[in-house]
Design a protein around this ligand. Structure first.
Ligand code: 4AD
Ligand code: MG
Length: 477
């Protein structure tokens, strides 16, 4: 007999005869009531066992976390809290479980403890909800770009280009760690390596995506990205997923418009399609906020915060204006920032970004026109000769969620910049070809998918929104 998903049973509009459901026991009360969950929804279905006619050996095996199959009728529930329940006629234990040894007990566990049990944490309400929201968001990403006629491009994960400077890279090699062959200079001889050259895991698909935008017009990537920075923060992963659209003929304003429209679309999509999960996560967040000091509490419940982002324009502010605001700010004057802002040209730290978003503007902010020397080589130089057409989108509670720019399309300017930064023109010969053969204004950005999931789920640690996080000193599972 084919089983029906719990979600479909709970959404049924009529009672039903002879249905089958399969799932995992969340709780078993009074030797009679099973709360059954199969992952299709955050909600459990109540299964009422006929304990008088069920053998004692079977009843004993209905334990938290056991996998079971129940057959019976979907009937109107007499209990509060659910419309329907299953009147069980037959129960089969598919997989026994020693409930006492099961790490996830029906009580509140710390997020740290759950991280150590990342293979089982998805059986909790919170992680089930987070992972369903993550899935819906990734579908929304594709739907947004596909509806707009963008072409999805799979850029390589193994790359021979180490020029973007977006972060430290992980080496990819088949050479032995000990006694690797050496060249005449005494360095590792990568000519003898698998690819005949030094290769790494990609830090971004942008440079290759640009070559595709120069033929297909509008493209996007959505794939894993790797950074070997030793930054053990609640916003950084060594392996994360990034979405990178790249669009021919778009200037920086078009780029900002696209990013803002895109973010609003996917957040709205999640709100429209993840009602039960977001309601649960809102409750979780509200509980968590209660344990914080008043000053650190978020003013809005989760769904209101998401609605706010969907409905309001992001504030667009130049780097220069932002520096003025920060220089005059109370935490700067009182030396509360770890990095005091004195001069134009300073790189912004996340404390500054969060001040702008959370305290000053109290809404998402797009900062643009950054000093050239704190941004990547490929960004379009402005007429002032000292700023570039960069933009970062800053979100409350998150900081930077998007980084992007209009690209330098002028061959000579780009080459000069590369020379100044010591970037090997020969290594990037193919990138420079886009500027040799039919170059055009174009722009793009990268959105860190986990930071988006953090924002939408109201979680605070990035390790809790990816199934198996990769961070310094941690690659378990
Ligand atoms: O600002 P980033 O480094 O920009 C780029 O890589 C450009 N090539 C993007 C482009 O223009 N196509 O990274 C983009 C975004 C950041 O804003 C952040 O959201 C996320 O990627 N990100 C990380 N997310 C998790 N862990 C990390 N270590 C991250 N580093 C960046
Ligand atoms: Mg950035």
């Amino acid at each position: 007999m084919r089983h029906t998903k719990v979600k479909d049973l709970l959404n049924s509009t009529t009672t039903l005869q002879e249905i089958n459901a399969k799932g995992w026991v969340r709780t078993f009360r009074n030797n009679q009531f099973i709360a059954l969950n199969d992952g299709s929804t955050i909600n459990n279905i109540q299964c009422v066992v006929d304990f008088e006619n069920t053998p004692e050996e079977i009843l004993k095996r209905i334990t938290t976390s056991a996998a079971v199959s129940v057959t019976g009728d979907l009937v109107e529930s007499k209990g509060a809290g659910q419309k329907y329940e299953i009147q069980v006629k037959k129960i089969e234990i598919l997989g026994d479980s020693d409930a006492e040894k099961f790490p996830i007990q029906p009580k509140k566990h710390s997020l740290e403890f759950l991280r150590e049990n990342a293979h089982l944490r998805v059986r909790t309400n919170a992680f089930g909800a987070i992972m369903r929201v993550r899935s819906v968001l990734s579908f929304a990403v594709h739907q947004y770009f596909q509806e707009k006629g963008f072409v999805y491009v799979n850029t390589p994960i193994i790359t021979g280009t180490d020029a973007e400077g977006a972060g430290e890279m992980f080496k990819v090699t088949t050479l032995p760690a000990e006694n690797a062959p050496k060249n005449e200079e005494g360095n590792v001889d990568f000519k003898q390596d698998f690819f005949g050259k030094e290769t790494c895991l990609t830090v971004s698909g942008q440079l290759v995506a640009e070559t595709y935008a120069m033929a297909l017009g509008q493209v996007y990537t959505f794939g894993p990205t790797f950074r070997a920075e030793n930054s053990n923060t609640s916003r950084h992963l060594a392996e994360f997923w990034m979405i990178e659209p790249e669009v021919a003929f778009n200037d920086l304003t078009d780029n900002m418009d696209l990013a803002e429209d895109f973010i609003k679309y996917v957040v709205k999509y999640a709100v429209d399609h993840c009602g039960d999960d977001l309601k649960f996560l809102e409750g979780r967040l509200t509980d968590e906020e209660k344990s914080k000091p008043q000053a650190e509490r978020s003013e809005m419940p989760l769904l209101e915060k998401l609605g706010f982002v969907i409905e309001n324009n992001f504030k667009r502010v130049s780097y220069t204006e932002a520096i003025d605001i920060l220089r005059d700010s109370t935490p700067n004057k009182k030396k509360k920032f770890s990095y005091i802002i004195n001069e134009w040209g300073a790189d912004l730290q996340s404390e500054h970004e969060r001040y702008l978003v959370e305290k000053h503007f109290k809404c998402p902010v797009i900062l643009f026109d950054y000093p050239a020397n704190i941004k990547a080589f490929y960004m379009r130089l402005n007429e002032d000769g000292k700023t570039v057409r960069a933009m970062d989108i800053l979100f409350p509670g998150i900081g930077e969620i998007v980084g992007g720019s209009q690209r330098e399309e002028r061959f000579d300017v780009l080459v000069e910049k590369m020379k100044a930064l010591g970037i090997d023109e020969e290594e990037l010969w193919w990138y420079l070809d886009t500027r040799r053969f039919g170059s055009a204004v174009h722009s793009g950005f990268g959105l860190g998918f986990e930071r988006l999931v953090l924002f939408v789920t109201g979680m605070t640690n990035i390790r809790d929104v990816i199934p198996f996080p990769r961070t310094p000193m941690n690659a378990e599972f």
